[in-house]
Design a protein around this ligand. Structure first.
Ligand SMILES: Cc1ncc(COP(=O)(O)O)c(C=O)c1O
Length: 399
């Protein structure tokens, strides 16, 4: 047990919290002073333009949340009741819930060591379990319209392989880049391309714990800029004529507010600095856990520059006699907030009846990953303290 550090509530080290070091208060106050607080206002357009410039795309639509962004993507992909959508089991449940908002059926396919959907199993599933008719792919009579590739913890899913499979079977690719703002390829076919801008549609989240935050919020982009215009139209109740309230489609109240966007514009100014810190802190954790015999920091995909949103320690559970709950509780006593990975989605009550394809790695990582404090304002000393305490706790529980 290490008790060198005097522990008070003040030095509790949280998992991932927002960082407002810039113009956040100034811009939010300006939006209030000017009384532009709702779904109209200059900050929304400014945020959309800044995101588009950063992501090197033509058009981005800002919306209420990552969940809303994903829902709109599914609507745009034409996912209808009775259709099927391929999803991974290892993600935040919001990656999958919008499939059910459309009364469609998720099909769960395992992840690989990147924690993202496994293209080898994906291809195997399409080849062995499905049938092709008129250029479309069917499973048990359901048309597989789309697949959702989640860039887990900011790690790029294997987009080259995923896109090839999707093209072969005519499946729309929706990227859930909620956690991956700033992740990009540095090599290969998509060199220079950002997560969320490679598939047909891409969704981002600006929830409180993401790379940047607008409190709650999200954004959508698409390969075709006109599609983004349509998504923006759907997000604002699909008003064909705003003055006379004419609506030709069913719309949603999913538009981001100017208050949220004010926060977002300030956060975008800091994004380069946040990314630098995320990457530097991750590298430091990797160094501190080098040679540790009870676990390793999960690596990010080669040939990419990840935003390194969250730092995961994969624990060698075979050598540890404690449950994840005990480990987390012990670290909490030492004023360190850590978290297990999500409960697997196909094991959650609403999804237990869904089809699953050879889920192995998701189970493995679901059992052994412990997420470590990853906020952009964490100090070097805090990282050292976390690494030291995590090692100490795990050694204390060694079999
Ligand atoms: C992978 C993933 N998808 C979707 C979401 C949903 O985003 P939001 O909370 O903004 O609705 C989140 C996180 O919050 C997420 O981590």
């Amino acid at each position: 047990m290490n008790d060198n550090k005097e522990i008070t509530m003040d030095n509790f080290i949280p998992l991932s919290i927002p960082n407002f070091e810039g113009n956040e208060a100034k811009y939010v106050n300006k939006a209030i002073e000017e009384a532009w607080v709702s779904t109209g206002g200059a900050y929304i357009t400014e945020l959309e333009q800044n995101l588009a410039r950063f992501l090197r795309v033509e058009n981005v639509a800002a919306c209420q949340s990552g969940t809303a962004a994903l829902h709109l993507c599914l609507v745009e992909a034409g996912v209808k009741p009775g259709d099927a959508v391929i999803v991974p089991p290892l993600s935040f449940i919001a990656s999958v819930n919008p499939v059910r908002y459309q009364f469609a059926e998720p099909i769960f396919i395992d992840v690989d060591d990147s924690l993202c959907i496994d293209p080898i199993k994906l291809e195997e599933f399409c080849k062995k379990e499905c049938e092709q008719k008129d250029g479309k792919l069917y499973f048990n009579g359901r048309h597989i319209k789309a697949l959702i590739a989640v860039h887990v913890f900011g790690n790029m899913a294997d987009m080259e392989a995923i896109i090839d499979i999707a093209h072969k079977y005519n499946i729309t690719v929706i990227e859930d880049a909620a956690e991956a703002l700033g992740t990009k390829y540095t090599e290969g076919r998509y060199k220079g391309k950002y997560a969320g801008t490679i598939g047909d549609l891409g969704a981002y989240s600006f929830n409180g714990n993401q790379v940047i935050t607008t409190g709650g919020g999200g954004a959508i982009t698409a390969r075709d800029p006109k599609v983004v215009d349509h998504l923006r139209f759907l997000s604002t109740q699909a008003k064909t004529d705003p003055h006379y309230y004419i609506h030709d489609e069913v719309g949603f109240n999913y538009r981001m507010t100017n208050l949220q966007a004010a926060l977002g514009v300030a956060q975008m100014e800091e994004l380069p600095e946040f990314l630098e810190r995320k990457r530097r802190n991750y590298d430091y954790y990797v160094k501190l856990f080098e040679g540790f015999e009870l676990g390793y920091i999960v690596p990010y995909r080669g040939g990419t520059e990840s935003c390194k949103w969250l730092y995961s320690l994969a624990i060698d559970k075979g050598k540890i006699k404690a449950s994840m709950r005990q480990i987390i509780a012990e670290l909490e006593k030492r004023k360190i907030q850590t978290r297990a990975i999500w409960g697997l989605i196909h094991e959650q009550k609403p999804y237990r009846d869904c089809y699953t394809y050879i889920i192995e790695k998701a189970k493995h990582y679901g059992d052994c990953v412990l997420n470590l404090p990853s906020s952009t304002n964490i100090t070097k000393e805090d990282i050292e303290y976390v690494a030291e305490q995590v090692k100490d706790v795990l050694k204390g529980f060694e079999q």
